[in-house]
Design a binder for this molecule. Sequence first.
Ligand code: ATP
Ligand code: MG
Length: 417
Amino acid sequence: MLQSKLFGKTNKKAPRDEKSVNAKLLARAGFVEKLMAGAYSYLPLGWKVLQKIENIVREEMNTIQGQEILMPALQPKKLWDETGRWESGKDVMFQFKGRGGADLGLGWTHEETLTDIIRNKVNSYQDLPLYIYQIQTKFRNEPRAKSGILRGREFSMKDLYSFHADEKDFLAYYEKVKGSYLKIFKKIGLDAIVIEASGGEFSKLYSHEFQVLTSAGEDTIIYCDCGKFGQNVEVAKLKAGEKCPICGKELKSGRSIEVGNIFTLGTKYSEIMKAYFADKDGKKKPIIMGCYGLGISRAMGAIVEVHNDKNGIIWPVSVAPYQIHLIEIRDEKSGIKKTAEKLYKSLQKEDIEVLYDDRDESPGIKFADADLIGIPLRIVVSERTIAKNSVELKKRDEERIELVKIDEIINKLKNNL
Ligand code: ATP
Ligand code: MG
């Protein structure tokens, strides 16, 4: 991509009304644009990052036999009345009237919608288990949408639902999802801790949250460095300073961001909504369910919260909008542009994603923008480097600058990405 043509310019100053680090940096670097509290547009750079996260999540969901679907955000009251959540969810659900006075709402979760499909499609134990997920826009009338994309009123979530004939099968899958979530968070550069949590709106049964420690978090967790124990303070029976029941080390407490939440639903929804299956012996039984949420846009915000410095964002390679930021330091005489353009083409040929700063700007502005945007590897072509048949290579998170011969750079990059 030519930076001169890129839609979404950088800004020296953050919008005055933004308080959170993720919103300030993402807005300054041209990734997002705020429409109103809790509603953001994703500009080309931001949309690329969001899609990369989506695809990593999608790949993992498919690996654990998830089948992707897409359900409507627009929902009829009738369906929600079946579970009583039209009333109990009034605070969180956007509700309004459609044409002819019909009561409609926007989906903030999809148990009802999917259970409705399932009861029409599943008859026998032979149809089970099923693992169905979507990556979709959710709407929640959040009371405090002040944390940038960490808390949207409109946001992107991956929600997976599983349907089983027996408890043992459910528990095995629940553990599988746990492992899969940890893999996802590691891949996208987040150190997530699994903790015990309350079932919240969804169930009185047990649930686990995936939390990322950072002062920007709105949750507080009690956890142990051994990684085997953690609880949300909302349900914690132990305090920081007390001994970890697993390893005996001292427990800590910290602020954190909830990036994922998985729930045991049991037969709560299937009983109310009459989603039954016929067992081997022909007996009718309610389907056993689990649900598994992961905040795609919140994860993006969390990455920015933990991967940044005073100059800007530092994207992990796996989710960076581009892998390489190629910068030419203009000098008409010495053929820099030609060399940079040639390198740009070779990188593209190798399927290496590159943002090429071909703008007529000063080196200072180009370097500052590169740091702000946060692409993990920077290549500089200048008069000085060309004199040595070389380019400069620098990692966003390191100070060290390496001079690499032009004909060796592609191989070198392949080893670094
Ligand atoms: P919170 O306690 O932060 O309000 P929640 O527990 O209500 O979140 P869940 O219903 O568990 O959220 O949703 C599943 C996942 O969706 C969460 O773990 C989080 O990653 C993401 N998520 C929830 N609400 C929002 C939001 N308003 N904006 C962005 N992501 C969200
Ligand atoms: Mg939750």
